[in-house]
Design a protein around this ligand. Structure first.
Ligand code: NAI
Ligand code: MG
Length: 501
């Protein structure tokens, strides 16, 4: 299937998934989502708003109070495992839809996104039976233990950069812990989340355990975040909206976890293997069209290797195959939307205005046929950047690296930490002492040493500073979706005695 074929089919149709049923929006409204490689309509989707969110929250509450909380942990785990197998069996179809909706190369959706989705559901399926309390050695004739209980109804709002994978990161731990969900996918990429709804049904999850309400952020998203009937809101997206969510949630003191933006330093020391570091810089900023929260968007180069590194980096960047994302050989597809393309273009002007140099790229590539209307942008490198410039401080969220040079380690650490963000960082060096010193001194949730963008369902991911709070994946994700209850039991059989007997 090529994107042009996908686009020439009539648009796919999706309804909302509420209480185990497929329903239209109360308002009857729909919205369309384009294929970003051609701009043609891929799907027409029911548009949820407050009334639909109300219904979904009520359904999730009924499911939580009803069948779901009575189900054994083992059965919950088995359902999650079954779901992971269903997803695996439909991987190639889901990968093609992800690429059609988001624009990411089919190579990435096939070998990164879908396997990651399967892995996350599989990993958390195993956790369902391993969520345990503790016994605490308290003094006196007392027995004290803790229970780990689900929070209840969780609202989950996800972005468009890894649509199905972000759904998996949110849904899998929440369900393993026994919560019910109202999920709002991003308006740019609702398609695979709706397909996932079908698989939840097929796997046999009780009605209302997972509800999926596609719609816009300012309407459906805001209605969910401000809903008094939810116990928790989990969000991945921009730092700007993350702050709105946190403020909104404060009104009901709803629990919040946030995975927000980043401006990761990716650092090359003079002793690094330059070829390895160049490949890591490319993985850091060109993967997924640069639309990655942990992208290595600030490329710090040791002055002594700057020229050699940049010459090789430029040569490799110019060879990146940009085009039809359905082509297995394509390495970079379009940006997700016209808005994102405009935003990335805007930063080229900002860079020039600030005195940086557009070292390579900086515009849209010339493509043929239908792809002329796609939202493509070239792999781009800004050199002569100062860390204080906007292009070094603001998240561009495109295939754009800002190159900053440094003299020594002390100077480097200061600059690397001089950002509002703290999601991830990379370092390229053969000096093991320096690498671990850096891992300790950098304020970021993930550090990569001589690698980049490595992730696993078992390893925690999340931010320092304004990159958010809470850790997704790994056992730490369960903390986002459970209460700890402390239970005290008197073993003496005597009155308390404080007021005399
Ligand atoms: P966004 O933060 O507006 O959207 C993310 C999600 O939040 C979507 O589902 C959206 O519908 C929802 N949303 C938006 N406004 C909301 C509100 N007031 N209440 C509740 N939910 C709301 O991100 P957007 O506008 O798509 O992209 C803008 C920039 O955000 C990007 O250029 C990038 O810098 C950053 N971003 C970061 C992501 C990350 O993974 N950390 C993912 C997506 C965007
Ligand atoms: Mg927005």
């Amino acid at each position: 299937m090529s994107s042009s074929q996908t686009a020439s089919e009539s648009p796919r149709q999706y309804q909302l998934f509420i209480d185990g049923k497929w329903v239209d929006a109360e308002s009857g409204k729909t919205f369309t989502t384009p294929n970003p490689s051609t701009g043609e309509t891929l799907a027409e989707v029911a548009e949820a708003d407050k009334a639909d969110v109300d219904k979904a929250v009520a359904a999730a509450r009924r499911a939580f109070e009803g069948k779901w909380s009575k189900m054994s942990a083992r059965d919950r785990g088995r359902l999650l495992y079954k779901l992971s197998q269903l997803i695996e069996s439909k991987s190639s179809e889901l990968a093609a839809l992800e690429t059609a909706d988001n624009g990411k190369p089919i190579k990435e959706s096939t070998y990164i996104d879908l396997p990651g989705v399967v892995e996350n559901f599989e990993y958390f399926a195993g956790w369902a039976t391993k969520i345990e309390g503790e016994t605490i050695p308290v003094p006196g004739q007392m027995f004290n233990y803790t229970l780990r209980e689900p929070l209840g109804v969780c609202g989950q709002i996800i972005p468009w950069n890894f649509p199905l994978l972000m759904a998996a990161w949110k849904l899998a731990p929440a369900l393993a812990a026994g919560n019910t969900i109202v999920l709002k996918p991003a308006e740019q990429t609702p398609v695979t989340a709706m397909e996932l709804g079908k698989l939840f049904q097929e796997a046999g999850f009780p009605d209302g355990v997972v509800n999926i309400v596609p719609g816009y952020g300012e309407t459906a998203g805001a209605a969910l975040a401000s809903h008094p009937g939810i116990d928790k809101i989990a969000f991945t997206g921009s730092t700007e909206v993350g702050k709105i969510i946190a403020r909104t949630a404060a009104d009901n003191l709803t629990k919040v976890s946030l995975e927000l933006g980043g401006k990761a330093p990716n650092i090359v020391f003079a002793d690094a293997d330059i070829e390895q570091a160049v490949s890591g810089a490319m993985m850091g900023i060109f993967f997924n069209q640069g639309q990655v929260c942990c992208a290595g968007s600030r490329l710090f180069l040791d002055e002594r290797v700057k020229d050699e590194f940049l010459a090789r980096f430029k040569e490799r960047a110019e060879k990146v195959k940009v085009g039809d994302p359905m082509d297995a050989a394509t390495q970079m597809g379009p940006q997700v939307s016209a808005e994102q393309l405009a935003r990335v273009r805007g930063y080229v002007d900002i860079a020039r205005g600030e005195g940086a140099t557009v070292f390579t790229g900086g515009g849209s590539p010339e493509l043929e046929g239908n792809f002329k209307n796609g939202y493509f942008f070239q792999p781009t490198v800004f050199s002569e950047v100062q860390n204080s410039m906007r292009v070094a401080q603001e998240e561009i969220f495109g295939p754009v690296a800002s190159v900053i040079t440094f003299k020594d380690e002390k100077d480097l650490i200061k600059q690397a930490n001089d950002t509002i963000y703290g999601l991830s960082a990379g370092i390229w060096t053969k000096d093991i002492t320096r690498a671990h010193r850096f891992a300790k001194e950098i304020k970021a949730g993930t550090v990569w040493i001589n690698t980049f963008n490595m992730m696993n369902a078992a390893s925690p991911f999340g931010g320092y500073k304004q990159s958010g709070y809470g850790r997704e994946m790994g056992k730490h994700a369960l903390e986002l979706y459970t209460h700890v209850k402390s239970v005290w039991v008197d073993l003496s059989g005597k009155p308390i005695g404080w007021y005399g007997n």
